[in-house]
Design a protein around this ligand. Structure first.
Ligand code: DLL
Length: 436
């Protein structure tokens, strides 16, 4: 019989028991950080909180938040919770700006992380009979090695392909008969388009796909599933928490179960820090309960989403987070107006454009300009509608959504550069000369 859960007792633990486990682990973790990390000792003292004040998760709100800036300030070893000799691995965030954040793991931290990605694989139908093709980057980025550890734990044949060289990726996918694939959703589309263009779909044996590391839409899901002929699962995570596998979609494909025996989620108002009620969109904050080398308490992820505590038919009890709906720090202020890239994306998708687009913000003669480059799908291009008409429709759609005038360029199919890592969709040139 197909295995449904990797660790059934933990994944289907009734809420009451889960809360008790979280409370016990939180109390231990708070003592651990207070006694072993000077940064936390000082922060808690400043906030007037004693480890004894934290008796369970109901007291979590007493603890101060921490941010990426705190982690950067503590670079390289300031957040370490164990002696360096007990650390066996490090990974680093994939950010392209500022100092990278380096996260550390003990042997046990790695094993817990592998359990998390193994749970994601099993939820998506992977067993020791599968062949898992991993084309996330191996190295400092947590994607490759994170998935790798989980696939090993499940006992699948694990192919450490890493990124790049689409021809080689396709050859291995076909020759080895890979049944599962893991990569960014944008690379899945690139691979899928290559499969379509070369007529290779019949030679693929793929059944399961695990995608993440960047936002993707339901439209992208449909494209990926039909191009590669598989069922797709969204997997979320961040290096600071360990990497991929903090939450994952089960077979219902309806929200990502957070692995609450390891992570406590909260949703806050990013402007005030107030904890928001269930169902409201806000910034996701995580407390990691089990990681000892790099123990983060109330870490502000800057990812915007909402939580759903209603029961899931799959039987897992971990709360489900929605797709990431935006980044608290992606919000652009253009001509004094708050602009979320997700608003622009929804207009593009409504009008039938592809998932590839770019938003270029600049400042000319002290005035902000914003340009959206939308890429037509082959079907749109085949309609032969004049480009001026398309552009005018987009300008109106974007103006209605954002309340400001946006310049628009409509690009031919597949002309926006594809990336093997995370897609670059926002180019804010204003930062080049000193920021806004
Ligand atoms: O991207 C870890 C990862 C690797 C997750 C592979 C899933 C698959 P970082 O490089 O630290 O770690 O980037 C973390 O990426 O805060 C989100 O903004 C974004 N992100 C990650 N997964 C998703 C997802 C890895 N499924 C940052 N949907 C996070 C949307 C995601 N955004």
């Amino acid at each position: 019989m197909e295995q449904r859960y990797f660790q059934p007792d933990l994944e289907t633990m009734p809420r009451e028991e889960l809360t008790k486990l979280q409370s016990k682990r939180l109390v231990e973790q708070v003592h651990h950080v207070y006694n072993n990390v000077k940064f936390y000792h000082d922060r808690m003292d400043e906030a007037g909180v004693n480890p004894e004040d934290i008796r369970g998760i109901e007291d979590l709100h007493l603890l101060p938040f921490i941010t990426k800036t705190d982690l950067r300030d503590q670079y390289p070893f300031g957040m370490l919770g164990v002696p360096l000799k007990d650390v066996v691995r490090l990974q680093a965030t994939s950010g392209t700006t500022g100092k990278r954040v380096v996260a550390y793991y003990t042997k046990e931290d790695l094993s817990n992380w592998e359990d998390c990605t193994a749970r994601a694989f099993v939820a998506g139908g992977v067993s020791n009979e599968d062949i898992v093709h991993i084309c996330f980057g191996y190295g400092l980025f947590s994607g490759g090695l994170g998935y790798h550890g989980g696939a090993h734990k499940v006992g699948a044949l694990t192919m450490p392909m890493s990124t790049g060289n689409t021809d080689r990726q396709l050859q291995f996918l076909i020759d080895m008969g890979a049944t599962a694939i893991c990569c960014t959703p944008s690379y899945a589309i690139t691979l899928g388009e290559a499969v379509r263009d070369r007529g290779l779909k019949d030679q693929l044996k793929l059944r399961h796909g695990f995608f993440g590391a960047e936002p993707w839409t339901e439209e992208m899901r449909k494209d990926i599933e039909s191009l590669l002929g598989l069922k797709s699962h969204d997997v979320y995570g961040l290096t600071e928490m360990s990497g991929p596998g903090v939450s994952f979609e089960c077979e219902e494909q309806n929200g990502m179960h957070i692995q609450e025996d390891h992570y406590i989620p909260e949703i806050i108002n990013p402007a005030t820090g107030e904890v928001l009620p269930e169902g409201q969109v806000g910034e996701l904050v995580f407390t990691v309960l089990t990681k000892k080398a790099f123990p983060l308490i109330r870490y502000r992820t800057r990812d915007l989403c909402k939580l759903d505590y209603s029961p899931c038919p799959c039987g897992r009890t971990g709360v489900r987070m929605s797709k990431v709906l935006g980044r608290a720090d992606d919000m652009l202020i253009v001509k004094g107006v708050n602009v979320f890239p997700s608003q622009i994306e929804s207009v593009l998708i409504d009008q039938g454009y592809s998932d590839y687009y770019q938003i270029v913000v600049d400042r000319l003669n002290s005035k902000d300009t914003i340009e959206v480059i939308a890429e037509m799908t082959p079907a749109q291009a085949a309609q032969g509608k004049p480009l001026q008409v398309r552009q005018a429709e987009l300008v109106i759609g974007l103006q209605n959504m954002l309340g400001i005038k946006v310049n628009v360029k409509v690009a031919e199919p597949e002309t926006i550069p594809r990336s093997e890592g995370k897609a670059v969709r926002i180019i804010d040139k204003r930062k080049l000369y000193g920021g806004v």
